[in-house]
Design a protein around this ligand. Structure first.
Ligand SMILES: Nc1ncnc2c1ncn2[C@@H]1O[C@H](COP(=O)(O)OP(=O)(O)OP(=O)(O)O)[C@@H](O)[C@H]1O
Ligand SMILES: [Mg+2]
Length: 227
């Protein structure tokens, strides 16, 4: 599976106590299969909202989204969920780990959804945790981990099933230099394997590991440059 993304005129308007808030304002964006894109932009500019639309977690007010040639907003919910589970890995800005599951159980979740057998799941999850330097914390619950460790569990969960599309919202936001470098190395390796990557970051040096940098301002894409 290769992932090509095409958003056309996507607008997302929220209503907050009667007042409209425009989070995305006629965004059009094409990302080719295998691209590595970083997105930068001020807080509140719409980056996370855009990522949620791209990841089929939100349906915008207006616009069209073609993912691998399929008009995804026209699909039924079940079809969208299956597409998401099979091909998309997420690193959420606030991690979104299941608080009742240990680190290794959290990482196993996408493998369960993908129907992988129990014994293989455990081995794959342990290997993914080892890659992010968490071999010693596999049986900890999220509340027993530091913020940066939770972020690394979230990263392992997003990449354990080697999805065709990885959407990462500030995946290095809470990490020191060394952990940041290892996460960026892992993203690079996933990209080399063929995954399409979309990473939101406030860190200009992290953005430089991408091959294309998009800038978001007030719900619009105002910059798009190749590195
Ligand atoms: N569920 C919601 N209901 C109402 N308004 C929302 C909702 N989610 C986001 N917004 C608004 O939409 C705008 C874009 O939010 P978004 O989370 O996409 O920004 P962001 O670029 O990811 O910011 P940050 O860098 O702080 O994470 C903001 O003005 C925010 O207040
Ligand atoms: Mg955000």
């Amino acid at each position: 599976m290769v992932i090509t993304i095409q958003l056309e005129n996507v607008t997302q308007t929220y209503r907050v106590r009667g007042n409209p808030v425009t989070a995305l304002d006629h965004v059009s964006l094409s990302i080719e299969a295998g691209e590595y894109c970083a997105m930068v932009g001020e807080s509140g500019s719409g980056k996370t909202t855009l990522m949620h639309v791209m990841g089929l977690l939100a349906t915008p007010t207006e616009g069209r989204y073609t993912l691998c040639g399929q008009d995804v907003f026209a699909m039924k919910n079940g079809g969208r969920s299956r597409l998401r589970a099979a091909h998309i890995g997420f690193v959420f800005q606030d991690f979104f780990l299941n608080p009742r599951l240990t680190a290794v159980e959290n990482v196993e979740l996408p493998l369960r959804l993908a129907g992988i057998a129990r014994n293989r799941r455990r081995d794959m999850a342990l290997e993914a945790l080892e890659k992010v330097g968490l071999s010693g914390r596999t049986d900890h619950l999220p509340r027993e981990l530091s913020g940066g460790q939770q972020q690394r569990v979230a990263f392992a969960r997003a990449t354990v099933h080697h999805p065709a599309l990885i959407l990462a919202d500030e995946p290095t936001g809470n990490l020191d230099k060394r952990s940041t470098a290892s996460i960026l190395d892992l993203l690079r390796a996933e990209n080399t394997r063929g995954a399409t990557i979309f990473m939101i970051t406030h860190d200009p040096s992290a953005a430089l590991s991408a091959s294309r940098v998009l800038t978001m301002e007030q719900g619009r894409i105002t910059g798009d440059r190749l590195l």
